[in-house]
Write a protein that binds this ligand. Sequence first.
Ligand code: GLP
Length: 234
Amino acid sequence: MKVIRVKDQVEGGVVAFELLQEELKAGAKVLGLATGSTPIEFYKQVVASDLDFSNLVSVNLDEYVGLGVESDQSYVYFMKEHLFDKKPFKVSYLPNGLAEDLDEEVARYNALLAENPVDFQILGIGRNGHIGFNEPGSSFDGLTRVVDLTPSTIEANSRFFEKAEDVPTQAISMGIASIMSAKTVVLMAYGESKAEAVHQMVQGPVTAEVPASILQNHANVYVIVDEEAASRLK
Ligand code: GLP
C-alpha cells in the first residue's frame, strides 16, 4: 500500500486525478466508481478536465435496494449529478436497485463485471472499514450480491436522508473479490471519523472484520489521506 498524505480533500482529489491520468495513458478502459462524500472533489477535477470518456466504460460499486434514479438519495442519481451528466461514458453500469428480481440483477452485474475487468477503481471507506457495501464479516471471495447494512452504516448514511427510518436497509454491492481484481485501486479517506478504519486497514491484521484490510494483499493500492484520517497511523 502506498499511503499518500494530503492537506485536504481538494488536494486529495487532485492527486487521485493525476493517478487516473497516468492509468489512462497506460491504456485504462474501465473505471470503477464510488459514491459518498469522499470522491466528490475527485469528480470535480475530472469534470473540469478536458478528458474524453466517450470510449470508456464505468462500473459502480453499489446501489441501495429500493432506490432508483427518481430518488435523489440513490447512487445512480449521485453519479449523474456529479459525473455522468457532465462527462458521459460510452456506457455506465450501476446495480439496479429497483430490479424486480434481485437474483437476476446480481447475475447480470457479475456477468458484466466479468466482461469489463476494472482497470482503475476509486474507493472510499466506511467508519467500520467497509468498502463498497461489504460490511465487517463479508467473505473475501464474495462477488456482487444483496447485502444487509449494519446499524453503524445506516446511522452514518442517515445524514443524507430526512430520517434514519428512510435509509434503505439493504444494498446490492460488488463483492470484495471483484474489487480485488481491479488493476489499480485508489482509496481516499478524509476526516477524524475515518482515522480508526484507516489505521486498521493499513496497519492492522488482514481480517474479514475490517474488509478494507484485504487491500494489504493487493499489488497496486494508493491510500490518499488527510491529516485527520492519518492521525492514528504509526
Ligand atoms: C457508503 C458507500 C461506500 C462509501 C462509504 C463512505 O456506505 N457504500 O462506497 O465509501 O459510504 O462514505 P463517505 O465517503 O460519504 O464517507
